[in-house]
Design a protein around this ligand. Structure first.
Ligand code: CO
Length: 144
């Protein structure tokens, strides 16, 4: 069901400083910078690796406001790892299969994620405290 680790979501207070850190320490390059108003974040995807199975990224997340999920996370826990995103080939089928195991779905249906992907979050309380995201990457040549 899971095809790869798509990204690690890392909460930060200053996106530009976080990008500079990952560029200078690891030599990563920025694949995209987007504002997602629904999720209340400004975020950057930095590519770690690519393969026929897809790409893997570090996703840096800066909250747009304190009263957002990432803003509340920063207030409670400080900067650090926020969630893990796994690649899937069929997000709707994966949600149905995972929901059938009893894991609660934060998103019952796919919604829009970074770089045209379809995403959905799973409840951390049912997964050992790990906020988990499923990512179906945009197909090359597909309409966004
Ligand atoms: Co994510």
């Amino acid at each position: 069901m899971l095809t790869r680790i798509d990204h690690l979501g890392i909460a930060c207070r200053d996106l530009d400083a976080a990008i500079a850190r990952y560029q200078s320490v690891f030599g990563l390059t920025v694949a995209s910078i987007e504002v997602n108003e629904v999720q209340g974040v400004r975020e950057a995807m930095l590519e770690v690796s690519g393969s026929p199975a897809g790409h893997s990224y570090v996703q840096l997340l800066e909250p747009l406001r304190p009263d957002t999920p990432v803003g509340r996370f920063l207030a409670r826990r400080g900067e650090g790892l926020h969630h893990v995103g796994y690649g899937v080939t069929d997000l709707t089928a994966a949600l149905a299969a995972i929901g059938a195991t009893g894991v609660r779905l934060i998103d019952e249906r796919p919604r829009h994620g970074s770089m045209g992907a379809a995403i959905a979050f799973l409840h951390p309380a049912d997964l050992g405290g790990v906020l988990t995201e499923l990512v179906q990457a945009r197909q090359v040549g597909a309409q966004s």
